[in-house]
Design a protein around this ligand. Structure first.
Ligand code: NDP
Length: 331
């Protein structure tokens, strides 16, 4: 075991040094494939900390569809080299800071999405591990009154919801339709559209069992896709956020001059697709809404999953039926 940084040899002046081991438990895969490629490594290397990074003792993490798609090899061309410790979303405690770190200090409780561009050279050593190294600028202080599991459920999904609605030009008084309103991104997009952007009308789609949930999240109109085809209903929307992959239908329900932003699948103009960028400043902007409870994290009731159950958690996420976020906690 090695001891981090500044412990003085004199007990009288010794700073409280956080002990960081050289190895850790981490989920790892060394070949692309289905969830069975994931192995629990009991002695993975604790990542080195660059000068602009902090080392986070991971307390909770969350899964996103991108973790599964990356593991399946869908982004091989721009992925980091194998072996991979997956996981983008983290909440935990800072245990070490790089020399150029300005604001964060040891002991800070933080959350964030650990790779700035999730598809372009994402970190090889992700959040499904006891430790992960993250640039300070990608993190924010954990919202007060949220626990680590709740905080870990947010970063990628909440930043996607926010960036999508921002890029689509949502503003006060406009209407919005969220396709996939019960999922990780959609459940937050409904709340953000209403409470951060001041949308006048929020509609969302889900299957029958999740219709009440959509309403409880703030949707004015909840469309049961097992009963109605949203593109055949009379309503048009200033903004459509598509978290399902229905871009061809989404463009049919946008007002003239409105925007259609899709997260997955193909779309033709005026629709467009984007990939989220991680930015701690966005989390800081959203923290007051999270602290006041206007925007609430939604953890899938099947979880949180134990750290030993990461394979099961991936399999569940990959059913495409998750309600809110699939969280791994505690780690
Ligand atoms: P989830 O796994 O959380 O989505 C699951 C939800 O999707 C379920 O609640 C399910 O509800 C709902 N759903 C499935 N089919 C339909 C349908 N036909 N109509 C309405 N709802 C449906 O995924 P995320 O929200 O995390 O991500 C959504 C997509 O966006 C993924 O493809 C992901 O890769 C992508 N994404 C892209 C990003 C980007 O930057 N471009 C960033 C984040 C995500 P039900 O059970 O009722 O069907």
């Amino acid at each position: 075991r090695c001891v981090a940084a500044s412990a003085s040899s004199s007990p009288a002046t010794a700073a409280v040094a956080t002990e960081v081991p050289g190895v850790m438990k981490a989920w790892v895969y060394d070949a692309y494939g289905d969830a069975s490629v994931l192995k629990l490594d009991e002695a993975a290397a604790v990542p080195a900390v660059a000068e602009d990074q902090v080392l986070v003792k991971v307390v909770a993490a969350a899964l996103n569809p991108v973790d599964a798609k990356r593991r399946a090899g869908k982004f091989q061309a721009t992925d980091s080299p194998l072996p991979t410790v997956p996981g983008y979303d983290v909440a935990g405690v800072v245990v070490k800071v790089g020399s150029q770190v300005k604001k964060l200090k040891e002991g800070d409780e933080v959350y964030g999405m650990i790779s700035e561009k999730p598809l372009e050279g994402p970190k090889q050593s992700g959040s499904l591990a006891e430790y992960t190294a993250v640039e300070e600028k990608l993190l924010a202080l954990k919202p007060k009154d949220l626990d680590f599991a709740q905080a870990a459920s947010l970063p990628l999904a909440v930043q996607t919801a926010n960036e999508g609605l921002e890029r689509a030009g949502l503003s006060s008084g406009k209407s919005v339709l969220v396709l996939g309103g019960a999922g990780g991104v959609g459940s937050l997009a409904i709340q953000i559209a209403k409470h951060v952007y001041g949308a006048s009308k929020v509609a969302a789609t889900a299957s029958t069992k999740k219709i009440e949930l959509l309403k409880s999240l703030g949707a004015d109109v909840a469309i049961d896709y097992t009963k109605d085809n949203f593109e055949e209903l009379p309503d048009k929307y200033d903004v459509v956020l598509d978290a399902v992959g229905q871009g061809d239908k989404a463009v049919k329900v946008v007002t003239e001059g409105g925007s259609v932003v899709v997260l997955t699948g193909a779309v033709s103009p005026p629709g467009f697709r984007f990939v989220v960028t991680s930015n701690g400043a966005v989390l800081e902007k959203l923290n007051p809404y999270l602290e006041s409870g206007k925007v609430k994290p939604l953890i899938d009731p099947e979880g949180p999953f134990a750290f030993s159950q990461v394979v099961e958690a991936f399999s569940y996420l990959e059913t495409g039926r998750a309600t809110g976020k699939v969280v791994i906690s505690p780690i």
